[in-house]
Design a protein around this ligand. Structure first.
Ligand code: ASP
Length: 340
């Protein structure tokens, strides 16, 4: 029996065309994509397609659409060996992170891919990305999925989705996974890094669709003033604030800052310390400039990416957990998103 893959087309450059009048890149309908990749018909994989009614530039991505994707996977879970999601690269890391949390006990591949150049252009990177993503989504060993994870395939590399970050808006290699090794590399052969790929989940797939978006982000900079911090903390309904800190989780050691943050924590707002650095980890207490944060109850984010931090907060707040449990979960690896 041929392996089967469900292709979920959400939009992105891969399916865009240039407006002949304005020159802008605009999402086009899916028939364009299938016309452009006749190779898909030659594949020894049976491919079905779902296209979202309105193809999106992923900068317009919303958590409700993550829910739509998760439900599409849930409804089709038993019918397919794997899933490929075509998605714009701009927010692909957020979507991959969110899906990793929403799809508990995932035992099949969910591979997100897209491209930097539309699939119809001569130098497109979209064809290779799409074809190899399908190959990975259908890959099995002894009847079991080789990569039972939410991942991103882009420019010859397969990454754990919730470890990625879009770092380049120009080059074909648009993604990085600075704190976790690649899951596979495509050359003449597809080489899987078995040691890095997550273990096959034993339980039944459980899809979580409650996401709470009452979060905000405050990025530290030298010279940040109390008014900016107060403004962020007074957002109505705020449940959690990502504090984007310097280096290993450091912030200005000003008393007014610690007082404002402590006041918020006392009111039940979770303050989550995530580093601005591309690689490495938050270690609260390593420096004096983070010891104060630790003391007032700021939750350390370890080596989580900003993208995964956003998704993890929305997911955990959506679970309605008691505060203590929420903080413990934030500091635990739920889907391999942090190193323990
Ligand atoms: N703006 C596009 C998007 O994220 C870029 C891309 O697809 O790579 O949808």
């Amino acid at each position: 029996m041929k392996p089967s893959v469900l292709l979920i087309y959400t939009g992105g450059t891969i399916g865009m065309v240039q407006d002949p009048k304005s020159g802008e890149l605009k999402p086009f309908d899916f028939s364009h994509l299938s016309e452009q990749v006749p190779e898909l018909k030659k594949f020894d994989v049976s491919i079905s397609v779902i296209a979202f009614e309105e193809p999106l530039d992923s900068s317009d991505m919303e958590p409700e659409i993550w829910v739509k994707m998760a439900k599409a996977i849930e409804e089709n879970y038993d019918k397919y060996d794997g899933f490929v999601i075509l998605h714009g690269s701009d927010t692909m890391s957020f979507t991959a992170s969110a899906l990793s949390f929403m799809l508990e006990n995932l035992a099949k591949p969910v591979v997100l891919t897209g491209s930097q150049l539309p699939i119809g252009t001569i130098r497109t990177d979209g064809k290779e990305n799409l074809i190899t993503a399908i190959e990975i989504a259908s890959a099995k060993k002894n009847g079991l999925a080789l990569v039972p994870e939410v991942c991103i395939y882009f420019e010859y590399k397969l990454y754990r989705g919730n470890r990625t970050h879009k770092f380049n808006a120009e080059q074909f290699q648009a993604f990085q996974s600075p704190n976790y090794p690649e899951l596979a590399e495509a050359g003449v052969h597809l080489k899987y890094n078995q040691g890095a790929i997550g273990k096959l989940a034993k339980g039944k797939l459980k899809v979580h669709t409650n996401l709470n978006t009452n979060i905000a982000v405050l990025k530290m900079f030298p010279g940040i003033g109390a008014e900016a911090v107060k403004a962020a903390l007074s957002i109505k309904g705020l449940r959690a604030l990502i504090l984007e800190t310097f280096g290993a989780g450091n912030a200005p050691s000003k008393k007014w800052l610690l007082d404002l943050l402590q006041g918020a924590i006392k009111k039940g707002i979770v303050v989550y310390n995530v580093t601005q650095c591309n690689a490495g980890s938050v270690e609260q207490g390593k420096y004096k400039t983070s010891a104060g944060l630790k003391k007032i109850g700021v939750t350390g984010g370890a080596d989580i990416t900003y993208e995964a931090a956003v998704a993890k907060l929305m997911f955990l707040l959506g679970q309605g957990l008691p505060e203590k449990k929420l903080k413990t979960e934030l500091q635990s690896s739920l889907r391999g998103e942090i190193s323990e």
